[in-house]
Design a protein around this ligand. Sequence first.
Ligand code: MG
Length: 455
Amino acid sequence: MLSVSGARGIVGKTMTPEVAAAYGAAFGSFLRSTTGKARPRVVVGLDGRISGPPLAAAAIGGLTAAGCDVIDIGVAMTPTVGVMIGHHKADGGLAVTASHNPIQWNGIKCLDGDGLAPPPAIAKEIVDRFRERRIDWCGPLQTGRVERDGGAARVHVDRVLANVDVASIRARTFTVVLDSVNGSGCIGGRMLLEELGCRVEHIYGEPTGVFGHVPEPLVENLVDLANATRNAKGAACGFAQDPDADRLAIVDETGRFIGEECTLVLAALRLLQRTGGGALAANLSTSRMIDDVAARFAGSHVVRTAVGEANVVAGLRPANGILGGEGNGGVIFPPVCWVRDSLSAMALVLELLAHEGKPLSQLVAALPRYAMVKRKMELAAVGGMAAVAPALAKVKAAFAKERVSDVDGVRIDFADGWVHLRASNTEPIVRVIAEAPDAARANALCDACAKAAEI
Ligand code: MG
Protein backbone atom coordinates (compact mmCIF):
# COMPACT_ATOMS: atom_id res chain seq x y z
CA MET A 1 0.00 0.00 0.00
CA LEU A 2 1.57 3.25 -1.17
CA SER A 3 0.39 6.64 0.10
CA VAL A 4 1.61 10.04 1.22
CA SER A 5 2.58 8.32 4.48
CA GLY A 6 5.01 5.98 2.67
CA ALA A 7 4.83 2.26 1.96
CA ARG A 8 3.16 -0.37 4.09
CA GLY A 9 2.67 -4.05 3.44
CA ILE A 10 2.31 -7.54 4.83
CA VAL A 11 5.69 -8.98 5.80
CA GLY A 12 6.80 -11.72 3.43
CA LYS A 13 4.08 -10.89 0.90
CA THR A 14 3.94 -7.23 -0.13
CA MET A 15 6.69 -5.97 2.21
CA THR A 16 9.92 -7.81 1.45
CA PRO A 17 13.64 -6.94 1.43
CA GLU A 18 13.28 -6.55 -2.35
CA VAL A 19 10.67 -3.83 -1.84
CA ALA A 20 12.71 -2.18 0.92
CA ALA A 21 15.87 -2.12 -1.21
CA ALA A 22 14.03 -0.58 -4.16
CA TYR A 23 12.32 1.97 -1.90
CA GLY A 24 15.62 2.92 -0.26
CA ALA A 25 17.29 3.25 -3.67
CA ALA A 26 14.39 5.32 -5.03
CA PHE A 27 14.54 7.64 -2.02
CA GLY A 28 18.33 7.88 -2.31
CA SER A 29 18.06 8.71 -6.02
CA PHE A 30 15.43 11.33 -5.23
CA LEU A 31 17.75 12.94 -2.65
CA ARG A 32 20.69 12.93 -5.06
CA SER A 33 18.65 14.66 -7.74
CA THR A 34 16.95 17.21 -5.46
CA THR A 35 19.79 18.16 -3.08
CA GLY A 36 22.38 18.26 -5.85
CA LYS A 37 24.77 16.53 -3.46
CA ALA A 38 26.97 13.69 -4.66
CA ARG A 39 26.60 11.83 -1.35
CA PRO A 40 23.46 12.84 0.59
CA ARG A 41 23.38 11.66 4.22
CA VAL A 42 20.38 9.66 5.45
CA VAL A 43 19.49 8.58 9.00
CA VAL A 44 17.90 5.12 9.17
CA GLY A 45 16.00 3.69 12.16
CA LEU A 46 13.56 0.83 12.73
CA ASP A 47 10.69 0.44 15.18
CA GLY A 48 11.82 -2.83 16.77
CA ARG A 49 9.51 -5.25 14.97
CA ILE A 50 11.13 -8.67 14.53
CA SER A 51 10.67 -8.28 10.77
CA GLY A 52 12.58 -4.97 10.80
CA PRO A 53 16.30 -5.89 10.57
CA PRO A 54 16.25 -7.57 7.12
CA LEU A 55 14.09 -4.75 5.77
CA ALA A 56 16.34 -2.06 7.26
CA ALA A 57 19.44 -3.85 5.96
CA ALA A 58 17.89 -3.98 2.50
CA ALA A 59 16.85 -0.31 2.63
CA ILE A 60 20.38 0.64 3.70
CA GLY A 61 21.71 -1.46 0.81
CA GLY A 62 19.46 0.44 -1.59
CA LEU A 63 20.44 3.82 -0.18
CA THR A 64 24.19 3.17 -0.27
CA ALA A 65 24.02 1.60 -3.75
CA ALA A 66 22.27 4.78 -4.88
CA GLY A 67 25.18 6.79 -3.50
CA CYS A 68 23.93 7.92 -0.08
CA ASP A 69 25.89 7.77 3.16
CA VAL A 70 23.82 6.22 5.94
CA ILE A 71 23.79 6.86 9.68
CA ASP A 72 22.28 3.68 11.12
CA ILE A 73 20.70 4.44 14.51
CA GLY A 74 19.24 0.95 14.96
CA VAL A 75 15.97 0.49 16.84
CA ALA A 76 14.58 3.98 17.27
CA MET A 77 11.32 5.84 17.75
CA THR A 78 10.13 7.59 14.57
CA PRO A 79 10.51 11.02 16.28
CA THR A 80 14.10 10.04 17.17
CA VAL A 81 14.80 9.67 13.45
CA GLY A 82 13.52 13.25 13.09
CA VAL A 83 15.76 14.48 15.92
CA MET A 84 18.84 12.71 14.53
CA ILE A 85 18.42 14.20 11.04
CA GLY A 86 19.03 17.61 12.61
CA HIS A 87 21.71 16.30 14.96
CA HIS A 88 23.75 14.84 12.07
CA LYS A 89 22.82 17.61 9.60
CA ALA A 90 21.54 14.84 7.34
CA ASP A 91 19.56 15.34 4.15
CA GLY A 92 16.75 12.96 5.06
CA GLY A 93 15.67 10.00 7.12
CA LEU A 94 14.05 6.65 6.61
CA ALA A 95 12.10 4.80 9.30
CA VAL A 96 11.27 1.12 8.91
CA THR A 97 7.94 1.03 10.74
CA ALA A 98 4.27 0.18 10.37
CA SER A 99 3.44 2.48 13.30
CA HIS A 100 0.41 1.11 15.20
CA ASN A 101 -0.38 -1.68 12.71
CA PRO A 102 -0.28 -5.29 13.95
CA ILE A 103 2.84 -7.41 13.77
CA GLN A 104 2.03 -8.85 10.31
CA TRP A 105 2.73 -5.41 8.87
CA ASN A 106 5.86 -3.39 8.26
CA GLY A 107 6.58 -0.31 6.22
CA ILE A 108 8.86 2.53 5.24
CA LYS A 109 8.40 6.19 6.00
CA CYS A 110 10.64 8.94 4.64
CA LEU A 111 11.51 12.26 6.29
CA ASP A 112 13.11 15.27 4.63
CA GLY A 113 16.21 17.23 5.63
CA ASP A 114 14.25 19.28 8.18
CA GLY A 115 12.99 16.05 9.73
CA LEU A 116 9.51 16.60 8.29
CA ALA A 117 7.14 14.14 6.73
CA PRO A 118 7.30 15.38 3.12
CA PRO A 119 4.25 17.26 1.80
CA PRO A 120 1.91 15.26 -0.49
CA ALA A 121 3.47 16.42 -3.80
CA ILE A 122 6.99 15.42 -2.70
CA ALA A 123 5.76 12.19 -1.12
CA LYS A 124 4.07 11.33 -4.41
CA GLU A 125 7.30 12.00 -6.31
CA ILE A 126 9.18 9.51 -4.09
CA VAL A 127 6.43 6.91 -4.46
CA ASP A 128 6.34 7.40 -8.26
CA ARG A 129 10.11 6.91 -8.44
CA PHE A 130 9.74 3.68 -6.51
CA ARG A 131 6.81 2.48 -8.61
CA GLU A 132 8.57 3.23 -11.87
CA ARG A 133 11.92 2.05 -10.49
CA ARG A 134 13.57 5.31 -11.56
CA ILE A 135 16.77 4.54 -9.66
CA ASP A 136 20.18 6.04 -10.32
CA TRP A 137 22.52 3.30 -9.17
CA CYS A 138 25.92 4.83 -8.49
CA GLY A 139 29.29 3.64 -9.76
CA PRO A 140 31.57 1.48 -7.60
CA LEU A 141 33.63 4.34 -6.23
CA GLN A 142 30.55 6.37 -5.27
CA THR A 143 28.96 3.65 -3.09
CA GLY A 144 27.83 5.17 0.19
CA ARG A 145 29.24 4.26 3.58
CA VAL A 146 27.42 3.25 6.75
CA GLU A 147 28.25 4.58 10.19
CA ARG A 148 26.47 3.50 13.35
CA ASP A 149 25.23 5.79 16.11
CA GLY A 150 24.03 3.96 19.22
CA GLY A 151 23.31 7.15 21.18
CA ALA A 152 20.16 8.38 19.46
CA ALA A 153 17.73 7.86 22.36
CA ARG A 154 20.05 9.87 24.62
CA VAL A 155 20.15 12.78 22.14
CA HIS A 156 16.35 12.74 21.82
CA VAL A 157 15.77 12.58 25.59
CA ASP A 158 18.24 15.43 26.17
CA ARG A 159 16.41 17.54 23.60
CA VAL A 160 13.12 17.02 25.46
CA LEU A 161 14.71 17.72 28.86
CA ALA A 162 16.11 21.01 27.54
CA ASN A 163 12.58 22.15 26.71
CA VAL A 164 10.57 21.30 29.83
CA ASP A 165 10.62 22.38 33.47
CA VAL A 166 12.70 19.47 34.73
CA ALA A 167 13.15 20.84 38.28
CA SER A 168 9.40 21.13 38.94
CA ILE A 169 8.73 17.63 37.64
CA ARG A 170 11.65 16.08 39.53
CA ALA A 171 10.50 17.70 42.77
CA ARG A 172 7.30 15.66 42.62
CA THR A 173 8.93 12.20 42.19
CA PHE A 174 5.86 10.96 40.32
CA THR A 175 5.12 7.26 40.06
CA VAL A 176 4.28 6.54 36.41
CA VAL A 177 3.26 3.32 34.68
CA LEU A 178 4.61 3.07 31.13
CA ASP A 179 3.40 0.64 28.47
CA SER A 180 5.86 0.61 25.56
CA VAL A 181 4.18 -2.42 23.90
CA ASN A 182 7.72 -3.95 23.63
CA GLY A 183 8.37 -1.48 20.80
CA SER A 184 10.90 1.23 20.04
CA GLY A 185 9.82 3.44 22.97
CA CYS A 186 11.19 1.03 25.61
CA ILE A 187 14.64 2.56 26.00
CA GLY A 188 13.93 6.27 25.41
CA GLY A 189 10.59 6.26 27.23
CA ARG A 190 12.08 4.82 30.38
CA MET A 191 15.20 7.02 30.13
CA LEU A 192 13.09 10.18 29.90
CA LEU A 193 10.88 9.31 32.86
CA GLU A 194 13.87 8.37 35.03
CA GLU A 195 15.60 11.64 34.14
CA LEU A 196 12.43 13.39 35.24
CA GLY A 197 12.78 11.75 38.65
CA CYS A 198 9.84 9.38 38.18
CA ARG A 199 9.50 5.97 39.72
CA VAL A 200 8.72 3.93 36.63
CA GLU A 201 6.67 0.78 36.53
CA HIS A 202 7.32 -0.47 33.02
CA ILE A 203 4.99 -2.97 31.39
CA TYR A 204 5.77 -4.42 27.96
CA GLY A 205 9.10 -2.67 28.43
CA GLU A 206 11.38 -5.24 26.78
CA PRO A 207 12.36 -4.17 23.25
CA THR A 208 11.72 -7.64 21.85
CA GLY A 209 9.46 -6.44 19.05
CA VAL A 210 6.85 -9.01 20.07
CA PHE A 211 3.92 -6.78 20.96
CA GLY A 212 2.32 -7.61 24.30
CA HIS A 213 -1.12 -6.56 23.06
CA VAL A 214 -2.80 -5.20 19.92
CA PRO A 215 -0.49 -2.25 19.40
CA GLU A 216 -2.81 0.65 18.55
CA PRO A 217 -3.13 2.70 21.79
CA LEU A 218 -6.93 2.50 22.08
CA VAL A 219 -8.94 1.86 25.25
CA GLU A 220 -9.67 -1.79 24.41
CA ASN A 221 -5.94 -2.54 24.01
CA LEU A 222 -4.81 -0.87 27.23
CA VAL A 223 -6.50 -3.03 29.85
CA ASP A 224 -3.19 -4.11 31.39
CA LEU A 225 -2.01 -0.50 31.63
CA ALA A 226 -5.28 0.54 33.28
CA ASN A 227 -5.02 -2.26 35.84
CA ALA A 228 -1.35 -1.66 36.53
CA THR A 229 -1.95 2.07 37.06
CA ARG A 230 -4.93 1.46 39.33
CA ASN A 231 -2.92 -1.02 41.41
CA ALA A 232 0.40 0.85 41.52
CA LYS A 233 0.72 2.63 44.84
CA GLY A 234 0.28 6.39 44.34
CA ALA A 235 0.64 6.35 40.55
CA ALA A 236 0.07 9.76 38.95
CA CYS A 237 -0.89 8.32 35.58
CA GLY A 238 -0.20 5.65 32.99
CA PHE A 239 1.26 6.29 29.55
CA ALA A 240 0.95 4.09 26.44
CA GLN A 241 3.20 4.45 23.40
CA ASP A 242 2.53 2.85 20.03
CA PRO A 243 5.33 0.69 18.49
CA ASP A 244 7.12 3.61 16.82
CA ALA A 245 6.37 5.86 19.81
CA ASP A 246 4.95 8.82 17.93
CA ARG A 247 1.55 8.54 19.62
CA LEU A 248 0.73 8.68 23.32
CA ALA A 249 -2.44 7.60 25.12
CA ILE A 250 -3.01 8.26 28.83
CA VAL A 251 -4.89 6.69 31.74
CA ASP A 252 -5.54 8.73 34.89
CA GLU A 253 -4.50 7.79 38.43
CA THR A 254 -7.65 5.69 38.86
CA GLY A 255 -6.81 3.65 35.75
CA ARG A 256 -9.46 5.34 33.60
CA PHE A 257 -8.56 5.86 29.92
CA ILE A 258 -8.96 9.60 29.38
CA GLY A 259 -9.35 9.37 25.60
CA GLU A 260 -6.67 9.87 22.97
CA GLU A 261 -8.09 13.32 22.10
CA CYS A 262 -6.94 14.58 25.52
CA THR A 263 -3.20 14.07 25.00
CA LEU A 264 -2.81 17.08 22.69
CA VAL A 265 -5.16 19.21 24.80
CA LEU A 266 -3.28 18.64 28.07
CA ALA A 267 0.11 19.27 26.44
CA ALA A 268 -1.24 22.43 24.81
CA LEU A 269 -2.76 23.64 28.08
CA ARG A 270 0.61 23.45 29.80
CA LEU A 271 2.43 25.25 27.00
CA LEU A 272 -0.22 27.98 26.88
CA GLN A 273 0.17 28.43 30.65
CA ARG A 274 3.95 28.61 30.30
CA THR A 275 4.06 30.98 27.33
CA GLY A 276 0.93 33.00 28.08
CA GLY A 277 -0.49 32.15 24.66
CA GLY A 278 0.40 31.40 21.07
CA ALA A 279 -0.65 29.63 17.91
CA LEU A 280 -1.51 25.94 17.85
CA ALA A 281 -2.20 23.67 14.89
CA ALA A 282 -4.51 20.68 14.70
CA ASN A 283 -6.17 18.77 11.91
CA LEU A 284 -9.84 19.27 11.04
CA SER A 285 -10.89 15.98 12.66
CA THR A 286 -9.41 16.93 16.06
CA SER A 287 -11.71 17.75 18.99
CA ARG A 288 -12.93 21.27 19.65
CA MET A 289 -11.46 21.00 23.16
CA ILE A 290 -8.26 22.49 21.77
CA ASP A 291 -10.14 25.63 20.60
CA ASP A 292 -11.83 25.98 24.01
CA VAL A 293 -8.51 25.72 25.86
CA ALA A 294 -6.82 28.18 23.46
CA ALA A 295 -9.68 30.64 23.99
CA ARG A 296 -8.67 30.94 27.66
CA PHE A 297 -5.37 32.56 26.64
CA ALA A 298 -5.42 35.96 24.93
CA GLY A 299 -3.91 36.07 21.46
CA SER A 300 -4.07 32.31 21.01
CA HIS A 301 -5.66 30.56 18.08
CA VAL A 302 -5.79 27.15 16.44
CA VAL A 303 -4.76 26.74 12.80
CA ARG A 304 -6.93 23.94 11.38
CA THR A 305 -5.28 21.81 8.72
CA ALA A 306 -5.93 18.85 6.48
CA VAL A 307 -5.47 15.44 8.10
CA GLY A 308 -1.90 14.09 8.14
CA GLU A 309 1.28 14.94 9.99
CA ALA A 310 2.83 16.85 7.05
CA ASN A 311 -0.27 19.04 6.76
CA VAL A 312 -0.27 19.88 10.48
CA VAL A 313 3.38 20.90 10.26
CA ALA A 314 2.62 22.97 7.14
CA GLY A 315 0.11 24.92 9.25
CA LEU A 316 2.24 25.06 12.38
CA ARG A 317 5.54 26.31 10.93
CA PRO A 318 4.47 29.56 9.22
CA ALA A 319 2.31 30.46 12.25
CA ASN A 320 5.35 30.12 14.55
CA GLY A 321 3.12 27.78 16.51
CA ILE A 322 4.07 26.50 19.94
CA LEU A 323 2.48 23.07 19.55
CA GLY A 324 0.64 21.03 16.96
CA GLY A 325 -0.87 17.62 16.64
CA GLU A 326 -3.72 15.30 15.96
CA GLY A 327 -6.53 13.81 18.01
CA ASN A 328 -4.99 10.34 17.86
CA GLY A 329 -2.48 11.18 20.62
CA GLY A 330 0.11 12.70 18.28
CA VAL A 331 1.81 15.81 19.67
CA ILE A 332 4.34 17.86 17.66
CA PHE A 333 6.58 20.03 19.85
CA PRO A 334 8.74 22.13 17.47
CA PRO A 335 11.78 22.67 19.74
CA VAL A 336 12.26 18.88 19.85
CA CYS A 337 11.33 17.82 16.29
CA TRP A 338 8.68 18.14 13.58
CA VAL A 339 7.43 14.60 14.09
CA ARG A 340 4.69 13.51 16.50
CA ASP A 341 6.56 12.59 19.67
CA SER A 342 5.38 10.56 22.67
CA LEU A 343 8.36 11.75 24.76
CA SER A 344 7.49 15.43 24.37
CA ALA A 345 3.86 14.61 25.18
CA MET A 346 4.78 12.71 28.37
CA ALA A 347 7.07 15.49 29.59
CA LEU A 348 4.51 18.25 28.96
CA VAL A 349 1.73 16.33 30.70
CA LEU A 350 3.97 15.71 33.72
CA GLU A 351 4.90 19.42 33.74
CA LEU A 352 1.18 20.21 33.83
CA LEU A 353 0.64 17.82 36.74
CA ALA A 354 3.62 19.33 38.58
CA HIS A 355 2.38 22.89 38.17
CA GLU A 356 -1.30 22.24 38.86
CA GLY A 357 -0.66 20.02 41.88
CA LYS A 358 -3.97 18.22 41.24
CA PRO A 359 -4.70 14.64 40.23
CA LEU A 360 -4.98 14.05 36.49
CA SER A 361 -8.62 12.96 36.83
CA GLN A 362 -9.47 16.45 38.16
CA LEU A 363 -7.61 18.20 35.36
CA VAL A 364 -9.44 16.12 32.78
CA ALA A 365 -12.80 16.74 34.49
CA ALA A 366 -12.16 20.48 34.13
CA LEU A 367 -11.79 20.18 30.33
CA PRO A 368 -14.85 20.84 28.16
CA ARG A 369 -16.63 17.61 27.37
CA TYR A 370 -17.91 16.48 24.00
CA ALA A 371 -19.05 13.29 22.41
CA MET A 372 -17.33 12.29 19.20
CA VAL A 373 -18.83 9.86 16.71
CA LYS A 374 -16.61 8.33 14.02
CA ARG A 375 -18.17 6.42 11.15
CA LYS A 376 -16.57 4.90 8.11
CA MET A 377 -17.98 3.60 4.85
CA GLU A 378 -16.28 1.46 2.21
CA LEU A 379 -15.38 3.66 -0.73
CA ALA A 380 -16.73 0.98 -3.11
CA ALA A 381 -20.09 1.01 -1.32
CA VAL A 382 -20.59 4.74 -1.95
CA GLY A 383 -19.69 4.57 -5.64
CA GLY A 384 -15.89 4.79 -5.56
CA MET A 385 -13.56 7.81 -5.63
CA ALA A 386 -15.54 9.38 -8.49
CA ALA A 387 -18.55 9.75 -6.18
CA VAL A 388 -16.65 11.67 -3.50
CA ALA A 389 -16.37 15.11 -5.13
CA PRO A 390 -20.10 15.32 -6.02
CA ALA A 391 -20.98 14.18 -2.47
CA LEU A 392 -18.79 16.90 -0.97
CA ALA A 393 -20.37 19.52 -3.25
CA LYS A 394 -23.86 18.47 -2.14
CA VAL A 395 -22.89 18.81 1.53
CA LYS A 396 -21.40 22.25 0.92
CA ALA A 397 -24.55 23.38 -0.86
CA ALA A 398 -26.87 21.97 1.80
CA PHE A 399 -25.05 23.76 4.63
CA ALA A 400 -24.01 26.93 2.78
CA LYS A 401 -25.38 29.08 5.61
CA GLU A 402 -23.07 27.51 8.19
CA ARG A 403 -19.30 27.89 8.56
CA VAL A 404 -17.84 25.62 5.87
CA SER A 405 -14.22 24.53 5.34
CA ASP A 406 -13.14 22.63 2.24
CA VAL A 407 -9.44 22.38 3.13
CA ASP A 408 -9.80 18.57 3.38
CA GLY A 409 -13.09 17.04 2.30
CA VAL A 410 -15.76 19.25 3.84
CA ARG A 411 -16.21 20.29 7.46
CA ILE A 412 -19.31 22.12 8.66
CA ASP A 413 -19.14 24.01 11.96
CA PHE A 414 -22.35 24.65 13.90
CA ALA A 415 -22.70 26.63 17.11
CA ASP A 416 -22.79 23.43 19.17
CA GLY A 417 -20.69 21.02 17.11
CA TRP A 418 -19.19 20.06 13.78
CA VAL A 419 -19.17 17.31 11.20
CA HIS A 420 -16.32 16.37 8.85
CA LEU A 421 -16.69 14.23 5.72
CA ARG A 422 -13.59 13.12 3.83
CA ALA A 423 -12.00 10.27 1.89
CA SER A 424 -9.11 8.64 3.76
CA ASN A 425 -5.57 9.09 2.38
CA THR A 426 -4.44 5.67 3.49
CA GLU A 427 -7.46 3.34 3.25
CA PRO A 428 -10.26 2.87 0.68
CA ILE A 429 -12.87 4.38 3.01
CA VAL A 430 -14.89 7.54 3.51
CA ARG A 431 -14.98 8.93 7.05
CA VAL A 432 -17.72 10.92 8.71
CA ILE A 433 -16.71 12.36 12.07
CA ALA A 434 -18.91 14.57 14.24
CA GLU A 435 -18.51 16.16 17.64
CA ALA A 436 -21.24 17.67 19.78
CA PRO A 437 -22.17 18.08 23.47
CA ASP A 438 -23.77 14.61 23.49
CA ALA A 439 -23.75 11.45 21.40
CA ALA A 440 -27.33 11.90 20.17
CA ARG A 441 -26.52 15.28 18.62
CA ALA A 442 -23.22 13.99 17.18
CA ASN A 443 -25.07 11.07 15.57
CA ALA A 444 -27.68 13.48 14.23
CA LEU A 445 -24.92 15.58 12.63
CA CYS A 446 -23.46 12.44 10.99
CA ASP A 447 -26.93 11.49 9.73
CA ALA A 448 -27.61 14.97 8.36
CA CYS A 449 -24.25 15.05 6.60
CA ALA A 450 -24.68 11.58 5.06
CA LYS A 451 -28.21 12.48 3.94
CA ALA A 452 -27.03 15.72 2.30
CA ALA A 453 -24.17 13.83 0.62
CA GLU A 454 -26.62 11.19 -0.65
CA ILE A 455 -24.18 8.40 0.24
MG1 MG B 1 2.90 5.48 15.21
